[in-house]
Ligand binder design. Sequence first.
Ligand code: CDP
Length: 232
Amino acid sequence: MNVPDIIIAVDGYSATGKSTFAKLVAKEFAFLYLDSGAMYRGVTLYAMEKGFIGAEGSIDEDALLAAMPGLELHFEHSEEGTQLFTGPRNIEKEIRTMEVSGHVSPISAIPYVRAWVDERLHSFSEGGKVIMDGRDIGTTVFPNAELKIFMTAKPEVRAQRRYDELVAKGQVADLAEVARNLAERDYIDSHRETSPLRRAEDAYVMDNSDMTLHEETVWLRGLLQGKFGILE
Ligand code: CDP
């Protein structure tokens, strides 16, 4: 299928399978995949390691902002997929722990952090076909994206998927705790002042509660063919 150079923005609630879908699309249609959530997780890991997050979850914002110029994050794309690095250090695994998930939404609500991440997302995605997933890609990062998708799924389906994912990675997980974390992040992400999670008016909604990955790609093919007049 001959897809033109477009940006596909994929937004939606936590653990709706945005990155799984985006990775699949990237592979099938030769897009560059960028995971904006990984960047927020990278900033969060940095704040945790620097000791800017207190035991009760309070954030020393001034210290974080002062230290941000010392942070470098970038993606490396290989056979194993897209992975996040800080300098030579691969942090892909560490940014996916429940501890990082527990702090990432308050960190992402800080306007300076959002501007810092946005600037890098733009520089990573110059030209070509790009698919990026997150919370505000179609509304703030790329409001002119040629195709916008908003993903959603039933909360219990999302919690089970994320739980299975963590267990498959060898992490100790608790289903109720995972469900609580997803609900808490969705609340904070949707209610923050800067770039809250919401569906762009021109986004196509996909509820994948009962969809297989194959059905998701068939759905996208139909959309690409209809919207861009691509004939197979
Ligand atoms: O994979 P999952 O859906 O659980 O989350 P993620 O995409 O890794 O994003 C982690 C967190 O980063 C979210 O809960 C948001 O707080 C934040 N985020 C954001 O604020 N804006 C984005 N564009 C992407 C993520």
